[in-house]
Structure formats: structure tokens, C-alpha cells
Write a protein that binds this ligand. Structure first.
Ligand code: BG6
Length: 519
């Protein structure tokens, strides 16, 4: 039962209470009680993303009232020590207006416990089993268990095997769900073998593969834009669309993640998951309902229509780059090969671009350009749908200056939708210029979008798989990128580093497509 200590406190910037566009909407409160177990709770992801998301859910009043959190990781802590650790991390990673304090924090803290564990030790999983039973009694968590794998991927199979050995995969009291972080495998074969381990223990309906891009508000809104309106669908096809560009650019470098990144690269790290998921949402057919599997089946269907490039086509269909030293925001930054834990002769790409075709009735012949890179001039995630030019020379020679219409779905850092169209400049002459219609979520709804992890953790607790990637699509995404991965891996690029930090990317990307939108 909710009591005074679990009631919602206002979250600054939320604006929900005063927003007329929210009037009449059902409460966002999740009513599903549960214990959430975080494997790898002493790691980076937990402290930076997961814990702040959960505590903010508590502040917003969306977390179930009957909730408990169990940390399970190697770093030694007792329960109180871990509570202190959590409090320190929240102090560091949440804004000043959401600090852990007062009755709300005290209530949250007493629901936290910790098991210092070796992931290979069955006894520690038995300890976990006892803890979960205790949580049911103390906190009314009703036998529902959310197992969140926030460990390095190499540990995923070990945890799954031990959940099975200790009988934690079976549950006759409530539900059991397992949330798997990315990367799901490092190539097609390793993804398949991880899937074999997971599916030998859990059914697909209990597996929640996270791709945090799917939890970003503007990404969720792609479905609403397309299927809650009638004006876009008739033109959303090869008859009207010239090309689609999907960009996820970052100005950050690899930070402290050199050891991971040097074995991954941009194609594995971003394109295989985040960017291909965006492609699926923008190109799929209308699902028959908003039901999770109806949506995910359409995503899979459209990915199946993408022909992976042949090995021979890879160089014409893709471009790769690696950043050298340069300047970001006026500050000099080092090159990728000088970053910590990166090989001094690394062949790993920090920029990847590809041209793919969706070979179906709707999209035949329309190129989809994908790109992602680090140390580019700025952070930018967006999908731009560029429409075909006007069909005849209505303005004589000036017709050449008329730009095509572009609809941009802005994902990060701006969140909104913008439409470029042409308008006459006021005055006696027929001067035509591009103008924009802009919608921004912040000013439109007066609410700050909740971070992706809040939405995704909430959905996993609710049992809604819509925003989690189904195995068939993960496998298909690996199939699409595999030829590129193989050719790139087997060919040393002697031009690396081939773009300066802070530039728009390598020359080869311009050869692939001369009309990239400016970063
Ligand atoms: C992660 C990648 O999945 O996404 C990182 O591993 C990348 O390399 C990050 O920086 C980008 O996420 P966002 O939400 O900042 O665009």
C-alpha cells in the first residue's frame, strides 16, 4: 500500500501538474509490485543511469509502492554500506532538486539490500533467493522478480546459468523477467550463442533486450507521428521520398571506454542496434495494433526486407573513419589512437556510414543513409526524410534554387519535429526561400521528457515488451551488418586516422553520399 513516505514529490521541470495537455490522462503510477535485482550494481551503468532513473521514478510517483532493490556484484558492501553508496551516487548524478533526502529517501533506502557475490558461486544465488523471499514478506513484492543484467556482457551467460541452477528462473508465485543490456553479442555467431543460453532458461516473453534509444521520447513518437496522423502516410514511400538520413553523432570521444570500444567500433556500438532500430521504426508498415508483438513483427518484417550488402559491394555501400587529433568546442583533443586502452595502430572505426535499401513495395529504390561517429562537431541524433524535388520548372531558372521538403525527427539534444518548406519572400519579386515549421516537445507539452531508462525500467516492470528488441530483429540486424564487419575487420585501413576530431567525418563518407545534412 502507498503511504505518506511513498507518495509522489514534484520533480522540477516536470510541469505535469499544470499542463493542460495532460488533463484527463490516467496516472503514470506502476502498480506492479516487485523486487528488482541488479547484477553488476557496483558498476558504471548502475550508478550513472539505472539508480538515478529508479529514484526519479520514486520521486515522480511512478515506481510501484511495493518495490525493493537488490544489488548483486563483486565489490564488497553490507546493506548499509550499499545504501550509503547509492546515496552518494544519487548526490552526484541527480540534479540538485532531486537529491535523496527526507522520508522519501529513508523509505527508499530501507528497501535496498546488497549481496557481495561471485557470479559463479551458486551459494550466492541461494542467498539471493532467500533475500527475495524476505522482500516479499517485508515489502509486499508479491514474488515478482526483475533480473537486470548490468554486468559486462561476458558475464551474461554465467548469471543466466546460475539463475537456472539455483531455481530462480522458476517462479510459481509471481513473474520473472530478465533485462539484458547491450551489446547482445559481438557478432552474429556470439549473439546466437548468447541467445541459445538465454532461451534454454527463459522464454522470449520474459526476455527484455534493452536498446535505450527506444526509450527516448521522440523515438517512441515516430509511431505516433506516422500512425496517429493521416497526412504523412500517403507520402511516406518511394513516390515522394528521395532519401532518408539517420544520424547519431557525438562530440565525445571514447572517454574511459577504450578497452571495450577498441574491440567494438562504431558499426557494432551504434549502427547494429540504435541506428537500425530507428530505421525499422521509420520504414515499417502500420502494425495492426499497438500490441508489443504487432509492433515488433512489423519491425522484423521491414528488417528482413533489407538485403545485407555482398562482400563485393561493401566499399560502395559503406564508409568508415577514425578520428585523429583536432578541436572540439575550441579545445584541442587527442586522436583515437592516443586514447587510453586503445592500440597505437588500431584499425577500429570511430565513424561508420552505410547506404541500405529496403527492398519492398513501399521503399524500392529509396536509399537509407545511416551514419554514426565520435568526435564529430556536436551531439546530434535525428532522422531526416527528404522528399523529391518539385516536378516541373515552374519558376524557370530560379527553380534550381528551390530546396526539397525535409521532415526532421529530432531526437537528441533537441526533441521535436521540424518541416522545411519553401515560401515566397515578401516583396514584389518571386523570391523563394526555405522556412521551417517546428514542434518542440519541451515547449509543446511543457514537460521535460523523462530519460529513456525511466521509461524502459517502468515498461519492464509492467511487462510491456514493445520498446524491447525481439530476438528475430537482433539477429536480423547482425545479419545486415555482418558483411561490412567482416570486410572492414579483414582490411587494414592505412588512411586512419582519416578525419580530424571536430570535423564532419571522413572524405569517404562524402563519396558515399554528397548530400549529408550538416552536423
Ligand atoms: C551507447 C554507446 O549505446 O550509446 C555509446 O555504447 C554511446 O558509445 C551512447 O556514447 C550514445 O547514447 P546517447 O543516448 O548519448 O545518444
Amino acid at each position: 500500500m502507498a503511504d505518506a513516505t511513498t507518495a509522489a514529490a514534484p520533480v522540477a521541470g516536470d510541469g505535469a501538474a499544470t499542463n493542460p495537455l495532460r488533463v484527463g490522462l490516467a496516472s503514470d503510477r506502476i502498480t506492479n509490485p516487485c523486487s528488482a535485482v541488479f547484477f553488476g550494481a557496483s558498476g558504471d551503468l548502475f550508478k550513472r543511469m539505472l539508480l538515478p532513473a529508479i529514484y526519479t521514478m520514486r520521486l515522480r510517483g511512478t515506481l510501484p509502492a511495493d518495490f525493493a532493490l537488490v544489488g548483486f556484484a563483486r565489490t564488497p558492501f553490507d546493506d548499509d554500506g550499499f545504501r550509503d553508496y547509492c546515496r552518494q551516487q544519487l548526490e552526484q548524478f541527480l540534479p540538485a532538486d532531486r537529491k535523496p533526502q527526507g522520508a522519501l529517501w529513508d523509505d527508499f533506502a530501507r528497501r535496498i539490500s546488497y549481496i557481495t557475490a561471485d557470479f559463479k558461486n551458486t551459494a550466492h544465488f541461494s542467498q539471493l533467493k532467500d533475500r527475495l523471499a524476505k522482500n516479499d514478506e517485508e515489502f509486499g513484492t508479491a514474488g515478482n522478480h526483475l533480473f537486470y543484467l548490468a554486468t559486462p556482457p561476458s558475464v551474461f551467460p554465467v548469471v543466466i546459468e546460475h539463475l537456472n541452477k539455483s531455481g530462480l528462473d522458476k517462479n510459481d508465485k509471481g513473474w520473472t523477467r530478465v533485462v539484458v543490456e547491450k551489446p547482445f553479442g559481438t557478432d552474429l555467431e556470439s549473439a546466437r550463442s548468447l541467445q541459445r543460453v538465454i532461451e534454454s532458461v527463459f522464454s522470449e516473453s520474459s526476455i527484455y533486450r534493452i536498446d535505450h534509444y527506444l526509450g527516448k521520447e521522440p523515438v517512441q513518437d515516430i509511431i505516433a507521428l506516422r500512425f496517429a496522423n493521416t497526412i504523412f502516410e500517403p507520402i511516406w514511400n518511394r513516390n515522394y521520398v528521395a532519401n532518408v538520413q539517420i544520424t547519431s553523432a557525438e562530440s565525445l570521444g571514447v572517454e574511459e571506454r577504450g578497452a571495450y570500444y577498441d574491440h567494438a567500433g562504431a558499426l557494432r556500438d551504434m549502427i547494429q542496434n540504435h541506428v537500425i532500430n530507428l530505421l525499422a521504426l521509420v520504414a515499417m508498415e502500420a502494425p495492426i495494433s499497438a500490441d508489443a508483438d504487432a509492433v515488433r513483427s512489423e519491425k522484423y518484417k521491414v528488417l528482413s526486407a533489407i538485403a545485407p550488402p555482398t562482400h563485393a559491394d561493401v566499399w560502395q555501400m559503406s564508409a568508415r573513419g577514425q578520428y585523429g587529433a583536432g578541436t572540439i568546442d575550441g579545445h584541442p583533443v587527442k586522436g583515437y589512437r592516443q586514447e587510453p586502452d586503445v592500440a597505437p595502430d588500431s584499425n577500429t572505426e570511430t565513424y561508420a556510414a552505410a547506404r541500405l535499401y529496403v527492398e519492398n513495395w513501399r521503399w524500392a529504390g529509396v536509399p537509407f543513409y545511416l551514419r554514426s561517429g565520435k568526435r564529430l562537431p556536436r551531439k546530434l541524433a535525428e532522422i531526416a526524410v527528404t522528399f523529391k524535388p518539385i516536378p516541373h520548372r515552374f519558376y524557370g531558372e530560379s527553380t534550381d534554387q528551390i530546396e526539397p521538403n525535409v521532415l526532421v525527427i529530432k531526437i537528441d539534444p533537441d526533441e521535436g519535429i521540424s518541416m522545411r518548406f519553401e515560401a515566397k519572400v515578401p516583396g514584389p519579386k518571386e523570391h523563394i526561400r526555405s522556412v521551417y515549421m517546428d514542434f518542440s516537445y519541451g515547449s509543446g507539452f511543457g514537460v521535460q521528457s523523462p530519460p529513456a531508462y525511466e521509461r524502459l525500467i517502468g515498461d519492464a516492470i509492467q511487462g510491456d515488451q514493445t520498446l524491447f528488441t525481439r530476438w528475430d530483429s537482433v539477429e536480423r540486424a547482425w545479419e545486415i551488418v555482418t558483411p561490412i564487419l567482416e570486410v572492414w575487420q579483414n582490411t587494414k585501413d592505412f588512411s586512419f586516422p582519416n578525419y580530424a576530431a571536430g570535423s564532419e567525418g571522413p572524405e569517404s563518407a562524402v563519396k558515399l553520399f554528397h548530400d549529408w545534412r550538416r552536423l
